[in-house]
Design a protein around this ligand. Structure first.
Ligand code: FAD
Ligand code: NAP
Length: 627
């Protein structure tokens, strides 16, 4: 496997420092250090939708991938009802409107169905407003709006074997703060509720005593700051002291914008992000047509090309089509998997992790050196250095974040892994020091996507056959076929990472699963000769999902590198430590497919081509729907 290019004494020091910094950050409370805003009576106002004052109809991103994928298999626009708590389309890009918001994946790869719409993005990495506008365009093209029910939250859904349908209970908020509850009956239920949609707060002393203004980044209050997502000048912040809590990917994008207007900006850091060059640029439409929109299926090829570099393929494509920071980051396969994980076991997993560090150390060292040369104050530069492996946190690509700390009105408050102590009525407290603030902005992130069942993550009570709750099924062990369909919950599709594909481009994962679900339904219709008026009940056999779970678990050594990571939402605060062999197996069964998304795609396509539906239980029923 070769050896490190950095001398071995230094490597030892670096690893010791990784461990030291990790231990500073470990918290015995685990996930209990946070409050899920949506579930807290006391803090639920933090989840209110400030954009409701200026409603803009936009389309959910990966949902907009689901409907067209199903449409291409014979479903019609009228067949779909979309329910969203948001008052418009956009999902992540509806809720998050903070200044500086941009996609970290190249637009040509991230935007769903961009080949089908022929859209040419303005920037290589699209900003939030363009992503929302694009979603609206997709909604228009596939006529999604007529089935949209906004401002409505799904509370529960229950399968009836007798009626062969899902009955879903929904609460809709009315203008006078009243709520109405209604039900929708459907043949299929798609749980496309997202992965990072439940904002969280740190449970901190005195949070209710602060007398100034406070909001979460995913509910940006432009009424307070001034400006808008389209014009993030924030004139109301001139003369104001701003405290920003957190230094994750959101902070990295928002802080440079805030620093332009706030008179004093305090940035409270617990763990620094790892920042590399972004290289944002405008897109030349002619160049895009000539070099990106090349041939049928170009978006898929481009996504897969990107994923192969990220997944550290032993034999890479001859051309690196995306050629950005992601595609020169092979050690990130520690998180997204790749074919080099094949055959890993207890015996060789440690050597594999060492190999990943060999790939990673020069990159992380480069990041640390760059901070030293960019940030003038060396104490601040030292604090900003990330001491963990590159795959441990979402890496950031930004050209303005680090230079922002050279501005005299910006102060980094390094809490050295501890986090702030709390609040008093006038500001933020850390280590006995008080920081006066007019406004506190909580960049404290979202509930992790790796905890609980898909139902739990969507805050929906999902009840399958015979009263089985999805939470109870998951508590035993996650079981699906290919991460998309689960027994005793017929006709319910779950896009997500559990037992499915993983890569940095989340929409790529959703698209692969949407196609696969559509394919399963089409194959099942053909296999059973289902007619126009017939409906199907599809679910995996018990044997098939157990086999799949064991296959996933058997490959889980591919994620061995994550175990040494500093705590974060990505590893549920490091709380996922197995205490018994049963827990270990359960956790392993909850992993994604560790050989990477391209390998996953090839594998399910081979399954589809075989056309053998023995792994599915399929029944034909008379059509029975009155939505
Ligand atoms: C700030 C931010 C930036 C991101 N940037 C990137 C990026 O650059 N690249 C990338 O690949 N990924 C990024 N992500 C991840 C992003 O979430 C996915 O890329 C993608 O948007 C997921 O789409 P989705 O439709 O599956 O889920 P979402 O976009 O999260 O949409 C889910 C929708 O479901 C609704 N919902 C959830 N539960 C219920 C319920 N019970 N009832 C009714 N409605 C409900 C929510 O209101 C939401 O509108 C980012 C995430 C965040 C938070
Ligand atoms: N397009 C993009 O580039 C983009 C932009 C934004 C978000 N995203 C996606 O969304 C995810 C979430 O990003 P996010 O930045 O919103 O959330 P996050 O990565 O979870 O960051 C939350 C931040 O708050 C800090 N924090 C929490 N409690 C604290 C406390 N008590 N005191 C001080 N600091 C505290 C965390 O510190 P620790 O690090 O120590 O936990 C962290 O820095 C990203 O990982 C990424 O996947 C992508």
């Amino acid at each position: 496997m070769g050896s490190f290019n950095i001398d071995s004494e230094k490597v030892t020091q670096i690893f010791a420092r990784y461990e030291e910094e990790k231990l500073k950050r470990v918290k015995s409370e685990g996930m209990d250090q946070y409050v899920d805003i949506g579930k807290s009576e006391k803090f639920k106002h933090f989840a209110n939708d400030p954009s409701r004052r200026q409603p803009i109809p936009f389309a959910r991103m990966s949902r907009v991938g689901w409907q067209p994928r199903q449409s291409s298999r014979g479903f019609k626009p009228n067949d779909f009802v979309f329910i969203d708590s948001a008052w418009g389309f956009g999902g992540t890009w509806y809720w998050n409107r903070y200044p500086g918001l941009m996609c970290d994946v190249e637009s040509a790869c991230y935007m769903p169905l961009v080949e089908e719409t022929g859209f040419i993005p303005k920037h290589r990495y699209s900003y939030g407003p363009e992503l929302r506008e694009y979603a609206e365009r997709v909604a228009e093209k596939w006529q999604l709006r007529r089935g949209a029910v906004f401002g409505s939250t799904v509370k529960s859904t229950t399968w009836s074997d007798e009626k062969s349908e899902w009955e879903t209970t929904i609460t809709r908020r009315l203008p006078d703060s009243q709520e109405m509850t209604f039900k929708v009956r459907s043949d299929y239920f798609i749980l496309a509720s997202g992965i990072l949609n439940r904002p969280k707060l740190a449970r901190l002393d005195g949070i209710g005593t602060f007398q100034g203004h406070m909001f979460h980044t995913s509910r940006w209050d432009y009424a307070y700051t001034g400006g808008s997502p389209e014009d993030p000048a924030m004139p109301n912040l001139v003369g104001k002291k701003v405290a920003f809590i957190g230094t994750g990917a959101t902070a990295v994008q928002a802080i440079p914008q805030l620093a332009k207007f706030a008179s004093q900006l305090y940035v409270f850091q617990r763990t620094p992000s790892a920042i590399s060059e972004r290289g944002q640029r405008t897109v030349d439409p002619e160049d895009f047509k000539r070099n990106v929109q090349v041939g049928q299926g170009w978006q898929r090829s481009r996504r897969e090309n990107m994923a192969m570099f990220l997944s550290n393929y032993p034999e890479l494509p001859s051309e690196n089509l995306v050629d950005d920071g992601w595609t020169h980051f092979p050690s990130f396969s520690g998180l997204v998997g790749g074919p080099r994980t094949e055959g890993l076991s207890h015996e060789n997993a440690r050597a594999y992790v060492e190999y990943l560090h060999q790939l990673d150390l020069p990159r992380q060292e480069g990041i640390r050196q760059n901070i030293k040369s960019t940030v003038k104050d060396q104490a601040t530069a030292e604090s900003l250095q990330p001491w963990y492996a590159g795959w441990c946190k979402r890496p950031c690509f930004h050209d303005e974040y680090l230079p922002t700390f050279n501005l005299p009105r910006v102060q980094l408050v390094d809490t050295a892994g501890k986090g702030i102590s709390g609040f008093n009525e006038r500001g933020v407290v850390f280590n006995g020091t008080f920081y006066d603030a007019d406004v506190v902005i909580l960049g404290t992130g979202f509930e992790p996507y790796s905890v609980g069942s898909p139902a739990f993550r969507a805050s929906i009570t999902v009840t399958g056959r015979g009263g089985l709750s999805m939470d109870d099924k998951w508590a035993q062990s996650p079981h699906t076929l290919h991460g998309v369909i689960t027994r005793d919950f017929p006709n319910l599709m779950i896009p997500g990472f559990t037992q499915g594909p993983a890569t940095v481009n989340v929409v790529h994962c959703m698209d692969v699963l949407a196609r696969h679900a559509a394919h399963m339904i089409t194959m099942a219709r053909m296999e059973t000769n289902a007619g126009e008026g017939d409906n199907l009940i599809i679910e995996p056999t018990a044997r098939a999902e157990e086999d799949w779970a064991l296959k996933i678990a058997g490959k889980a050594y591919g994620y061995a590198a994550i175990s040494g990571c500093t705590p974060s939402y990505g590893n549920a605060e490091g709380s996922k430590v197995a205490k018994t062999p049963e827990q270990q197996l359960r956790m392993a069964k909850g992993s994604p497919w560790s050989s990477g998304i391209v390998d996953f795609t090839r594998m399910i396509e081979a399954w589809e081509a075989k056309g053998d539906l023995a792994e599915l239980d399929i029944k034909v029923v008379r059509y029975n729907s009155s939505l």
